[in-house]
Write a protein that binds this ligand. Structure first.
Ligand code: ZN
Ligand code: ZN
Ligand code: FE
Length: 753
């Protein structure tokens, strides 16, 4: 007895070869009917014997293409009508949606084989792709995902490409970005006074790079500035042109072996490098790594990545050396992705521009992950290759929620039903281009999801641009405390809704009391929280300038730890403004903060590591780098615990004394990490014990510090506690939007029952 069923498939099922996969399975099972994309995912109607229909259903769940992520399949029975044959139907644009387009994918092995084959028509074609690889998120302008709704719409396929696209047995069956040298995008080179195209363009770019030039290269999600990583004068020049920036540059290498020449590559690093997401992987730098010192000044780690597109494969092969590949921008601005914008902004920084005519629909920086010595991999910046892969929420949202995130390292998130999509890293909203990217992300994300937000979740900080946007949106608002959002982002990542002890250590976040929090111990679930512990508070002298100039925080901490005279004595040797800063601190009218990030700044300044910084977190990153060199067996001073307050003042005092005695800075940096980890774990045990909680969450930007994270987690696990760490979402403010979305979903859900 034949049956006909209609199946709705939800998840990451567009742009991943899902329809061709269904076609092949259905044909192999002798089923009739059709499959198509619609606004909510993939829909199919299949007709045949029930056991065959069941087999197809199982295949959808168990044998889907490598890039697909099936979240749910809903089946309804409809009347059979004697259909014969199976077809891929035209896309239908109807229906509200939480469709998930795939993230961008690095070239697959099959494409790379064709690419390397001189007899293949795509030999060395920089835009080769197939159903398993190629650009996705960065070329999608709308759903359903079809060529017409991507930036490939302006490239009509030649007969040969069209044939592949229409042939269910081809690797390029319905591969939307399918292209070849005859019909697809082309390279262009804009040099000083020459303009070239195709293979000549690539040759010019390579010639420029190998002779020490700086080249702006259009990649998948935006432009990079590239130069020879081993050429000191080229790297120095690039650093000079990018202005006031000590931020480390990422280095692109052709393969894992080449990465191993620069960094210690263990299994975790190798796996992260080779992932089709192609993130920048932070790994321990080899002392004799053949890269210029200015690539990553004063750091023991280096960011390395493998080529993320066929164009990068060519560049690396032809240059035959590691290349610096840093975001094409000036200082904190977002990476350029629009050609006119790029030429205007990057031409003055580069000796030439290598670009192509496939437009980028939405920018996406390189993602950054960190592989720690314990084999743990943590996402530090989530963008190309990860976005827009959805995160399943612990509690489904009854209404569509737009979460607008924080302010620095901004992201937004869109939650609907059981999942949330977190945008790519947008940058610091103080900068106009980052705010423009924020506005574009809101528009793009709601468009490709076909969702009109019903509620906006936002941070409590009244001066965040994201908060201001929320207020002006006219939509119902749901305010979420910053550190609660940090804890919730980690809970969401682990699909946990139950109560935990959350430790949120970060720079600064707006507290419920209007204070500047940043070293918090919260008993929290997804709905609410209670602040049960904190780091001791000290004065924050001079607001933003205290963040840029860590010596100010050192003065404040020394005032608290060893008193005004010793603080004055130390400050006099560091900055002539220290006496006025000390007066501010002593007067007691400055805002106070429990920030762990600012404590790191203070200690870094105290130990002479860094008196001022050129990017947020720089002092802490350098302090960690030093601490790692001496962490084994460093004797650590002991922080004091009074009630729920962890006071590191005795640690600060001991570090000052030891520093004066000439104890090496590496040892003191290590001792500080151990002391803070000891105190944090002791207080956490007390608080968790008192509330009978068995799980501790470590979150906030300070826990990007792998040394501190591993020290704290070890101690908690030894004490029998479960520890939840971030893996796929950054612990920093890039995760805030997800936390806001998860909290909003849980609160709305509670209101509904
Ligand atoms: Zn491929
Ligand atoms: Zn073609
Ligand atoms: Fe934060």
């Amino acid at each position: 007895m034949r049956e006909r069923r209609r199946l709705h498939v939800w998840g990451t099922v567009q742009g991943v070869g899902f329809r061709p996969f269904v076609y092949r399975e259905a044909v192999a099972l002798g089923l009739a009917g059709w499959v198509g994309n619609d606004g909510t995912g993939v829909v199919l109607e299949v007709e045949g014997f029930p056991d065959r229909l069941d087999a197809l259903h199982r295949a959808l769940l168990e044998a889907s293409p490598p890039l697909a992520l099936v979240e749910a399949v809903r089946t309804e029975t409809v009347d059979p009508h004697g259909a014969v044959g199976f077809v891929i139907a035209d896309s239908r644009a109807e229906g509200g949606t939480d469709v998930a387009v795939s993230a961008d994918v690095a070239p697959c092995a099959a494409c790379l084989r064709e690419f390397a084959d001189p007899a293949d028509r795509r030999h060395r074609y920089p835009f080769i792709n197939c159903t398993d690889c190629g650009p996705r998120y960065t070329i999608v302008q709308d759903v359903p995902y079809d060529r017409a709704t991507t930036t490939m719409a302006s490239f009509p396929m030649c007969a040969a490409c069209q044939h592949e696209y229409d042939d269910p047995n081809s690797r390029r069956f319905h591969a939307q970005p399918n292209a070849c040298p005859a019909c697809g995008p082309r390279l262009r080179w804009l040099g000083d006074d020459e303009e070239r195209s195709g293979a000549d363009a690539l040759d010019s770019a390579v010639a420029c790079l190998v002779t020490g030039g700086i080249v702006a290269v259009k990649g998948v999600g935006g432009y990079h500035l590239a130069c020879d990583a081993g050429n000191s004068s080229a790297v120095d020049r690039l650093r000079g042109r990018k202005r006031r920036d000590d931020k480390p540059f990422a280095v692109m290498v052709s393969d894992v072996e080449s990465a191993d020449a620069l960094c210690l590559v263990d299994d975790a690093v190798a796996a992260a490098l080779s992932s089709p997401r192609r993130p920048v992987v932070l790994a321990p730098k080899r002392v004799d790594a053949p890269v210029a010192p200015a690539v990553a000044p004063r750091l023991v780690e280096l960011g390395v990545m493998l080529p993320s597109s066929p164009l990068h494969v060519l560049l690396l092969a032809d240059c035959a050396r590691p290349l610096v590949m840093t975001s094409g921008n000036v200082s904190d601005e977002p990476v350029a992705h629009d050609d006119d914008d790029a030429l205007r902004r990057l031409a003055p920084l580069a000796d030439g521009v290598l670009l192509h005519d496939r437009p980028i629909a939405v920018r996406a920086d390189d993602s950054v992950v960190r592989a720690t010595s314990t084999g743990r991999v943590q996402v530090v910046r989530r963008a190309r290759g990860f976005v827009p892969q959805p995160v399943r929420l612990p509690v489904a949202s009854p209404l569509p929620v737009l979460a607008v995130g924080a302010h620095l390292k901004s992201t937004i998130a869109l939650a609907r039903g059981g999942s949330a999509v977190v945008s790519h890293h947008l940058g610091d909203l103080d900068q106009w281009p980052a705010y423009a990217a924020f506005l574009q992300a809101v528009e793009h994300l709601t468009r490709i999801a076909h969702v009109a937000p019903a509620v906006v979740a936002h941070d409590l900080h009244p001066e965040y641009r994201s908060t201001a946007w929320a207020r002006e949106s006219g939509l119902p608002l749901l305010g979420v405390q910053h550190h609660h959002a940090h804890v919730a982002s980690c809970l969401a990542e682990h699909r946990r809704a139950s109560q935990v002890l959350g430790i949120a250590f970060d720079g600064l976040g707006f507290g419920c009391d209007g204070g500047l929090w940043g070293g918090e111990f919260l008993v929290a679930d997804l709905v609410g929280f209670e602040r049960v512990g904190q780091l001791a508070e000290v004065a924050l002298p001079g607001g933003d300038s205290a963040t840029r100039e860590p010596w100010r925080m050192a003065v404040s901490w020394l005032h608290a730890a060893v008193g005004p005279r010793a603080a004055a004595e130390w400050g006099a040797g560091v900055d002539e403004r220290s006496s006025s800063v000390l007066q501010l601190v002593a007067a007691g009218r400055q805002p106070r903060t429990s920030s762990a990030g600012r404590l790191f700044d203070a200690v870094a300044a105290l130990l002479g590591v860094r008196a001022s910084v050129s990017y947020e977190g720089q002092a802490a990153i350098e302090l960690e780098a030093l601490g790692r060199q001496a962490v084994d067996g460093a004797p650590a001073p002991v922080a004091e615990i009074r009630g729920g307050v962890l006071d590191p003042a005795p640690v600060v005092a001991a570090l000052l004394a030891d520093h004066r005695r000439g104890v090496p800075v590496t040892q003191l940096a290590a001792a500080f990490h151990v002391a803070l980890a000891d105190g944090t774990a002791r207080l956490a045990q007390q608080l968790a014990g008192a509330r009978e909680l068995d799980t501790v969450v470590l979150t906030g930007g300070v826990f990007q510090n792998a040394l501190l994270t591993d020290l704290v987690a070890d101690r908690l696990r030894t004490a029998g506690l479960d520890v939840l760490l971030h893996a796929h979402v950054p612990p920093n403010d890039g995760g805030i939007s997800l936390g806001q979305a998860a909290i909003a979903a849980a609160r709305l859900d509670e209101g509904f029952h």
